[in-house]
Design a binder for this molecule. Structure first.
Ligand code: PMP
Length: 394
């Protein structure tokens, strides 16, 4: 059997991580993998997560199965966190999933189940797992322009022009906040215009929100998702708890389906539970229970929010420091986009050759498309990166 297999494409980021580990230079800087790191390079367990786990360990009386959709309390707290009270609860179906990736996978399978002809439109560029899963599921897909390599902001005119080609029944994947890999995001007015275009074409949005709280704040980062959800009769939202709760390996996420009425929401819910059953049966519970415990307890929630605020403010300060340092070194405002971007990533907007040069000459590791993990920096490495960018002639 196994001799019939062929090699699958290697994950470029994982290969980069291995290369980084093997690099003997003390001055090396890892801006590769998408995991938050504090100033010492650690990915800490958040205080509120530790306390919630302590309580679960002490109180949990059973590890019996929960339910195909996961714990309904987890759905309720997550719907509240992501959507607030913008959509009546009876219009929302929701199932717990293994991480945000699981939510995206289940969203795509649901779309395929409903309409195998639907084309899924992706921003160019997007998180590489999006096209990879779509290809694996053999679903039709297309790109819309997104990143302007001159301004390093959003190519909004190009985006709107391409969204004008979307067909009725298609699906448009939008990042809820903190676009990965670029860091460039739409303003609320631009999002309103994109929504108008997508609606006029008769398409449905699929929102991927994986960094709520990493951009401008919990509610601010959910604003676009709420704006989208309230504008459509049908909408899918895939949310991840990996980053904002720092529980990457617990695999905690949720897929929400917003329907036009309670009957359709129940139908979507039943189909999503069916898909959970086919793929892995019951979704993981531990991370979901940690999230529920934190969000339902006022003190734990306040502590989580304050640690998340520190995380976000730390990244914003690093962005500003890097933009300031590059302004000082180049005497231009060419790099101001770094302070305007939001979330964990910024796309520097340079060639793979330059990225390789930064790695070879300066020990700076970033993804080949020049995506930098801002959280991989600290106050001391920002000047090293700025100097390397200038010396490389970027
Ligand atoms: N969407 C985007 C855009 C992401 O960057 C990520 C994490 N890299 C995810 C979804 C899902 O993450 P996870 O499966 O770890 O929750």
């Amino acid at each position: 059997m196994f001799d019939k297999l062929s090699q699958q494409p290697a994950d470029k980021i994982l290969a980069l991580m291995a290369q980084y580990r093997a690099d003997p230079r003390d001055s090396k800087v890892d801006l590769g993998v998408g995991v938050y790191k504090d100033a010492s390079g650690n990915t800490p367990v958040m205080r509120a997560v530790k306390e919630a786990e302590r309580r679960i360990l002490a109180d949990q009386g059973s590890k019996a199965y929960v339910g195909l959709a996961g714990d309904p309390e987890f759905s309720n707290v997550m719907i509240d966190l992501v959507l607030g009270d913008t959509i009546p609860r009876d219009r929302i179906g929701a199932v717990a999933t293994p991480g945000g990736t699981g939510a995206i996978r289940q969203a795509l399978e649901l779309i395929k189940l409903a309409d195998p002809q639907a084309t899924v439109w992706l921003s160019n560029p997007t998180w590489p797992n999006h096209p990879s899963i779509i290809k694996y599921l053999d679903m039709p897909t297309a790109d819309y322009r997104y990143f302007d390599s001159e301004t390093r902001g959003v190519d909004f005119d190009g985006m709107i022009e391409d969204l004008g080609q979307v067909k009725a029944g298609d699906v448009v994947l939008l990042h809820g906040c903190c676009h990965n890999p670029t860091g460039a995001n739409l303003t609320a007015d631009q999002m309103a215009q994109a929504i108008t275009t997508i609606k006029a074409q008769g398409a449905m949005p699929l929102v991927d929100i994986a960094y709520q709280g990493f951009g401008d704040g919990l509610d601010q980062d959910a604003a676009a998702t709420r704006q989208i959800a309230s504008a459509f009769d049908n909408c899918l939202i895939a949310a991840s708890c990996s980053k904002n709760f720092g529980i990457y390996r617990e695999r905690t996420g949720i897929l929400m389906a917003i329907a036009k009425d309670a009957d359709q929401a129940a139908l979507a819910q039943q189909n999503m539970a069916f898909l959970n059953r086919q793929n892995y049966s019951f979704p993981p519970d531990h991370g979901a229970r940690v999230v529920t415990t934190i969000l339902q307890d006022a003190a734990l929630r306040a502590d989580w929010e304050s640690e998340l605020d520190e995380t976000r403010n730390g990244m914003l300060a690093l962005r500003q420091q890097l933009a300031d340092e590059l302004k000082r070194l180049t005497n231009t405002d060419r790099f101001d986009f770094l302070a305007d971007h939001r979330g964990m990533f910024s796309r520097l907007g340079t060639t793979p050759e330059m990225v390789e040069k930064l790695r070879a000459d300066h020990g700076i590791y970033m993804v080949g498309d020049s995506r930098m993990n801002i959280a991989g920096l600290n106050e001391k490495t920002v000047p090293i990166l700025a100097k390397a960018i200038v010396e490389a002639g970027i």
